[in-house]
Design a protein. Sequence first.
Lengths: 281, 281, 281, 281, 281, 281
Amino acid sequence: MPNYKFECLNVSVSGEGVARVEINRPEALNAFNTQTWTEIGQCFTQFKSDGDVRSVVLCAAGRMFTAGLDLKEAMASSLGKARDPDSDVDVARKGYYHRLFILDFQSAISAVEVCDKPVVVVVQGGCLGIGMDLISACDVRIATEDAYFVVKEVDIGMAADVGTLQRLPKIVGNDSWVREVCYTARRVGSKEAHLVGLVSSVYATTGEAMKAAEDMAGVIAAKSPVAVVGTKHLLNYSRDHSVGEGLEYTALWNTLAHNSHDMATAIVSSLKKQAAQFPKL
Amino acid sequence: MPNYKFECLNVSVSGEGVARVEINRPEALNAFNTQTWTEIGQCFTQFKSDGDVRSVVLCAAGRMFTAGLDLKEAMASSLGKARDPDSDVDVARKGYYHRLFILDFQSAISAVEVCDKPVVVVVQGGCLGIGMDLISACDVRIATEDAYFVVKEVDIGMAADVGTLQRLPKIVGNDSWVREVCYTARRVGSKEAHLVGLVSSVYATTGEAMKAAEDMAGVIAAKSPVAVVGTKHLLNYSRDHSVGEGLEYTALWNTLAHNSHDMATAIVSSLKKQAAQFPKL
Amino acid sequence: MPNYKFECLNVSVSGEGVARVEINRPEALNAFNTQTWTEIGQCFTQFKSDGDVRSVVLCAAGRMFTAGLDLKEAMASSLGKARDPDSDVDVARKGYYHRLFILDFQSAISAVEVCDKPVVVVVQGGCLGIGMDLISACDVRIATEDAYFVVKEVDIGMAADVGTLQRLPKIVGNDSWVREVCYTARRVGSKEAHLVGLVSSVYATTGEAMKAAEDMAGVIAAKSPVAVVGTKHLLNYSRDHSVGEGLEYTALWNTLAHNSHDMATAIVSSLKKQAAQFPKL
Amino acid sequence: MPNYKFECLNVSVSGEGVARVEINRPEALNAFNTQTWTEIGQCFTQFKSDGDVRSVVLCAAGRMFTAGLDLKEAMASSLGKARDPDSDVDVARKGYYHRLFILDFQSAISAVEVCDKPVVVVVQGGCLGIGMDLISACDVRIATEDAYFVVKEVDIGMAADVGTLQRLPKIVGNDSWVREVCYTARRVGSKEAHLVGLVSSVYATTGEAMKAAEDMAGVIAAKSPVAVVGTKHLLNYSRDHSVGEGLEYTALWNTLAHNSHDMATAIVSSLKKQAAQFPKL
Amino acid sequence: MPNYKFECLNVSVSGEGVARVEINRPEALNAFNTQTWTEIGQCFTQFKSDGDVRSVVLCAAGRMFTAGLDLKEAMASSLGKARDPDSDVDVARKGYYHRLFILDFQSAISAVEVCDKPVVVVVQGGCLGIGMDLISACDVRIATEDAYFVVKEVDIGMAADVGTLQRLPKIVGNDSWVREVCYTARRVGSKEAHLVGLVSSVYATTGEAMKAAEDMAGVIAAKSPVAVVGTKHLLNYSRDHSVGEGLEYTALWNTLAHNSHDMATAIVSSLKKQAAQFPKL
Amino acid sequence: MPNYKFECLNVSVSGEGVARVEINRPEALNAFNTQTWTEIGQCFTQFKSDGDVRSVVLCAAGRMFTAGLDLKEAMASSLGKARDPDSDVDVARKGYYHRLFILDFQSAISAVEVCDKPVVVVVQGGCLGIGMDLISACDVRIATEDAYFVVKEVDIGMAADVGTLQRLPKIVGNDSWVREVCYTARRVGSKEAHLVGLVSSVYATTGEAMKAAEDMAGVIAAKSPVAVVGTKHLLNYSRDHSVGEGLEYTALWNTLAHNSHDMATAIVSSLKKQAAQFPKL
């Protein structure tokens, strides 16, 4: 996809209406440096208003999804220095800019959720730290048998601050498990991840997992984009509001859908038992 | 129940304090026309202030719970026409009234939740589209082995707008699964539904499932209605508020219970190890 | 722990940074009288600003975790009398003070959640009524094979009002199950409790369960307390807010962590693959 | 207006697109019996989907806007009896139905706000108790010189429960004043009411005040109903949400307006400096 | 009042059901040391469940309401030292305890609001810093002509953190003014304070102002305490919630009032045009 | 200020730490084309992390603050065409992108509020439509005698959607007035604007008004930036949250301030009665 040129990401067309985003720093076990998460923010923000993208498969190159934050870069960077507790910069001043930095980081990861197009993620090897924040912002999670998951932040002396603590408890309905893995940073295998509902399915190889993800993304991309985008947007809105507020917002949102051609097209096709074709958004 | 006369619903006494509501359009596979959902709204609103009703079993006649929205009626109705994207009615004007229409529809389905009396639903055959919205508003879901479930709306060109997107993610603790089935409209069998927690139990036949539902509803109807109604009301309130706000509202709500005779009756019976009798609400 | 002297609780050091709180009224099956819950409130409030306590194991003496509220005391107490629906005290006046009483009770149980230090609870024998409220406020739940759980309040003529209805649906992702057990007060065995995610693991004996709890608490206590306390605090905050508000608050919270020595210590240790030592809070 | 037949209200056309609602029980000083507020609920709910009504003038017949609740009816009614604190009906049961009664009453008064068409109210003589709840739900308040206002509920032994305590502090930016008048039930003259912003303007006679109200309602009715209805709806929504949530909902709402003919019509007319004509909703 | 013994406060009976609280450190211009605000928290918390107190007059001894925080104590105290930015205590650890300290301070001031009994405050001389936080938590503000007001915190290098920034914008409906005085710390005279609605009335002398406050408190104390306490509680609740949520909570709250004797007493007295007598809470 | 180069804005240093932003399209009466609001968004976003900017004066060149939206550009632009209700683009697809467009526009105006540095705005001549949205996002409003204000959107067939309906009712405590001017689009003179609290003060000439604004901005810029930025940030946060949530967030925010050198510097200076110097953020 020529309009999506990045250093740390490969973006390609995986099928009709399906974009494939590959995190591509295998030599560093896809550790997240600033460039990586900045590009993820840019890429998914661009997806939001790109009608050609109807669903996304997110994956990572090499033997591991991601080793987490690139700690060496974090220590070497100017931020690492600014963060030095022994520096003589006033703590309120350092804190003001740190807060802005964290908000930027969060915003980049949240772009995956905000883009309104469903994102299926495939995890192989390990998924540590920021990797958990990232996959928690995706819609559907698929893993290989060798995958494992670690909420690693507590081991680098901080609470996770880019989304895991907000989203994980709302995507896995087992709070006792969520808290245990967040406090202990213990390693969770793909079987356990499947059992608690962190991932939807587990495949023997990365190839099979990718195939499953692309098939699912393909099915989604063939549906009415008005319906699909609305469904993702409203699921996210409703998660963050009461049922009553979710319904109120939904009624307003769907006044547009009720005036769209897609609904008539879909109903007529459904009554005729034919497959409908829907133009892009 | 003589005060509950409807066209599309059969309402009967299923046991002491238990009402049975049967959706009764088997010839149309219980497809929901406007009459059906309007009556559901009326029936459960009436339950709310009917002290004789302490719990409800909801079911449907024939081989299938519901095929979903009655698409033929939807297309033929004046709303269907008004919804025509090619009509020359101004879209803001159409949209204003569509929004009111959706709010009315939502309100009818939400009446099941708002009625304050626990509702156990039995699903056999298929449960599609609006059927999912409806059972998500019930308290306990029981299925037969042949039951299957489809969040169908995406296939008619729209996001579900009568409750599924609001309630389903809050009743099933597996967001990866919820999103998958909402985006793909794939068919979910009763075994899978049980595994993810969409239904509480699965029985071989409709008769066995109905028996289980009626037994459970009977147990509930024999408890103090002050306690039961409060429990349902507070579970719903607390789902939509922070833990702190839920506790604050609960403390206020229970000032009435603490002054009720039921609590004294129940405690004395409990200490005597006798079954207590509680008058109706 | 000499500063923690209570009548109904034994508080001891269970390991480096780990406090053990034992409810100690085995002769009454650990039924909760006013003294018991008052002391729980005091004990966990004290933990909050006690840097020596980094994690907590909560358990109960004897063959059962708790039989629930001490009904005899409740009936005999002045509150029991004030609660008499046949007394001639004006109901609005009684109600005003009952509300304050319930708020106090809630506040004592919520202290477990508010204390910011992770709490692992071990349940053996039965856990009834107020016991459910209490374990719902803990972080991780571990059970013995003989354990069973009952949301008992409906059987004493009232809706649960000290936390179960607020927290249980947010820690177990199966609303059909939650509502069934809240309306029917039926007994749930440890196997079922494990399956729905109420408890994290089940052990044959109390000894083994305690060992597992203490091991987990020990692992947590060895981590950076800045990271652990932040993680618990932010998980609780985020449960009660939208993802967006949770992220905003987290960014602010972590400005302190980013200026702490722990992060540098942890990162350096991690890069050196050494175990880090973190001073107490 | 032939479709608006009521016992206690006169509804007439006051001008192009302007409905006039007159509370008409002057012999009882427009005291509110159940019939009166029930009809207000019905009337304004009907306005909501009546495209011929673009704005409303609300007023009352006789020398006084309203003396407040009809206390004699309240005491004589079955509710009055049910409310008897000395009756032997269980307080939790009485309370359950009282709550539903108050919610119905609130809903009737809130219909004025929910109807989406701006309501200008004219107050002459006195406006007591429920009268304050009612005018607080209106958009613009105009008074005569002899008008006075009393938040009377505290004098009948209760906190106001149909809207004054919710809306008054949000329409008058002087909390010290609001609280004083709510705690003391003191009489506020029209001059003071103007000064604190409770009313927009004061006129010597009812005739002049009515003229001003009808002029303003006429101006509003000549604007695009898409714009006017949206403005009222969004002002109400935004009052009850954060600025951010208000903006988000507004962006969604206005997607319809941006596709309406009214905007093009209005802009073209504005550039040509001509008066635009807008069809009804 | 023998149960109210404090070092920095004088608490006395000012009239039937009216308590008078006088801040009594005139030699220090009533500067707030830790003892002062701790006692305010204790005193008003005690009022909450003291049926003999129906309304409160808050005032201060000497020529000035308060000079604000006692800066000398703040610098000398252990907290002042702990707060030293140059100390080598880890900032995340200092921060954790500072946060708890601020929460305690806030809680003490909020006790004035939480106590449910209306508080009329009289301000003479100056009211600086913490004084603004305190009077913002009162219900009605009365001033003398020589009074002046300063939101002083910005001048001691911090944002106000005990309530002014939360409450002032909600009690004065002029945000341009609020922000100006919060950013500039400029002095506001009593005339200007009256004009913007910060105070309800201005009197020439402290004696006259006290007389007005005591008269108003006396009027309030003679009303039904069920009605008055409910009114204050619901005004506070409704300020912090949407109109809809405020109404819902109010309907629940008033189920108690509707079953109280006060309402019948008040209505009968009102119809007979007699003064009613209401027992204490 | 060399880093602030814009087409439609002049940005200059107005005093120590004070930036002056002048909207500079006097030939078009400062009508807002897309370039104008885009640059406002960019400029104030840049201020947020520019430590040299401590406060801002916003003004406009020529005889009028702004005539509102540039209608000719709006009609001619591609968006104007896309917005054509008679185009054959599917309304749900048009609507999706219109919504994103409005959100971008809102975001640009909200940057004024989000930048954390206080903004004093000076209005001369007229302030129409988008001008009202803009000044509502400022902190302090100052006007000249010839200034007038019009909430103009209703006259172009739409509800205001860039902030007026959200912010105006929260900055002016007179809802009757707010609604009247929003529904009627009537012209409000500077005297009336002052009376209702829309503006803080009125000056005879633009020069005098600018002088007053710059003096105020200068006073603010001389204070501790930690204190000032915190005050603005917390005022905005608290407006959008309950008092309780505002306090909780404030306690966390100020843990940084309590560890800053500014507080010590300020207190010492205050005790010495000297002016303190505070380094930039």
